[in-house]
Design a protein around this ligand. Structure first.
Ligand SMILES: [Zn+2]
Length: 436
């Protein structure tokens, strides 16, 4: 981590950025540098991260994980795809402008996080301490790669999330099933009944208010989703599962554009080897909700809690062990200057209009920038889904470096033509709404 920071501090100074320094928030500091020589032009916060996942299991690597090794079109090494190559591409595009034209078409603030892989524990503190320094019109993220090597895509949003863990108690202590069995409630039976009531047998969420606020799918969202060709059969059969869920939506719509509720863990009683003749007195369940645009993650998870409480028998107690509101869904409108600029760059580079795709997963850093700085994020990374991130033999395609550098150089030039106020249309209001 220290070597990576030193390398970045040196390189940012070398390419001509100013105010190069570490931003501390109590954990691994972020690396910062800026070039503010384009008065009146938009200011873009370039986001990347310099931390990586552990390299183990080391015996599965064919090359040393912390030595870059080129084999054919691939550069192997831990962090190559996630996300050092895409971060380097962004920095070197800025470096090229400063070296060749002695100026960049937009103002740049580079912000490289050191805790992305550990859930960004001090990112909020860093942004709170250095909020003034980080003021910008939008974020360009080197993280969040391409969905396909052949089909240009723009990521226009991600689902948000919220978590709940509950404990159900039916007696003061575990009871002998010979002395009490058949005469008292069993905490596991009651918890199983509660959990089973969350969905109907077709997979529709049966919690009143769970879908509240969810914006109906627009015709263009449905068309975008349908135009991203993928093999649904292979998608499910590759993990040994079958398509199942809310009626009236395609599988891809269900996993990116509709809310979802999943029990992640369910336990209690005796689960060790052999048997134990008890009536267990307590049971636990962990669950997460994925929320979509228009929804408040706190309201959604409290609707789930209300559902469980209203069905919990009066002679049992249901306690909240943990409730995390998580982050709301993020959405970039198709008319947003980030989407339009990236669209024209990809159209020019790929010879066809990019498809707008959404992530089913959540990107907390995007939500945090929206909430704290009031600005939107465009993901413009160049890694591809098959590059074994977080796994042994991680690699990045060398051919993506060319595509990435061309893309970033064009993107910065295109964004320079956008009036600054266009980046904030609706942005502040949306940021405010997400805090309510
Ligand atoms: Zn990662």
């Amino acid at each position: 981590m220290e070597a990576a920071r030193e390398f970045l501090l040196k390189r940012l100074r070398q390419i001509g950025l100013h105010e190069v320094r570490l931003l501390d928030g109590g954990g691994e500091p972020a690396v910062y540098g800026e070039w503010m020589g384009a008065p009146g032009k938009p200011t873009l916060l370039v986001y990347g991260h310099y931390d990586v996942q552990p390299a183990d299991p080391l015996e599965r690597w064919h090359t040393p994980p912390f030595e870059p090794v080129e084999i054919g079109d691939r550069l192997y090494g831990r962090g190559t795809s996630d996300v050092k190559a895409s971060t380097t591409i962004a920095l070197e595009a800025v470096a090229a402008y400063l070296a060749v034209e002695a100026a960049c078409p937009v103002n740049i603030k580079v912000f490289l996080e050191g805790e992305e892989e550990t859930g960004s524990p001090s990112l909020r503190a860093i942004v709170a301490r250095h909020g003034t320094l980080l003021q910008a019109d939008a974020v360009l993220s080197a993280d969040g790669g391409r969905a396909s090597a052949t089909l240009p895509t723009i990521n226009v949003g991600a689902r948000g999330n919220a978590q709940l863990e509950v404990r159900l108690q039916s007696a003061h202590k575990d009871l002998h099933s010979g002395r009490y069995g058949g005469g008292v409630r069993n905490a596991l039976h009651e918890m199983a009944r509660l959990v089973a009531s969350l969905h109907d047998q077709d997979g529709n969420v049966a919690v009143k208010g769970f879908n509240a606020g969810a914006e109906p799918l627009s015709a263009s969202q449905r068309a975008d989703t349908a135009s991203f060709a993928y093999d649904e059969q292979a998608f499910f059969s590759s993990v040994g599962a079958a398509s199942h869920g809310e009626a009236g939506y395609t599988a891809r719509e269900r996993i990116t554009l509709r809310p979802a509720l999943d029990v992640n863990g369910l336990w209690g009683g005796y689960t060790g080897p052999g048997g134990k003749t008890i009536v267990p007195c307590e049971a636990f369940a962990k669950m997460t909700a994925r929320v979509v645009a228009g929804q408040d993650p706190g309201d959604v998870i409290r609707a789930v809690l209300g559902h469980l409480r209203s069905r919990c028998p009066a002679d049992c107690t249901l306690d909240v062990v943990a409730l995390h509101e998580g982050s709301p869904a993020s959405t970039l409108d198709p008319s947003h200057p980030l989407v339009q600029s990236a669209g024209s760059v990809l159209q020019r580079e790929c010879g066809r209009a990019p498809i707008h795709v959404r992530l089913g997963a959540s990107v907390p850093v995007t939500a945090l920038f929206k909430e704290t700085l009031g600005i939107d994020t465009l993901m413009f990374g160049f890694n591809l889904p098959d590059e074994d991130v977080h796994a042994p033999n991680e690699f990045f395609r060398l051919s993506s470096i060319d595509a990435g550098l061309r893309g970033w150089v064009l993107l910065l030039a295109t964004l320079a033509e956008q009036p600054r106020e266009r980046f904030h249309a609706g942005g502040r209001a949306a940021a405010k709404a997400s805090q309510v």
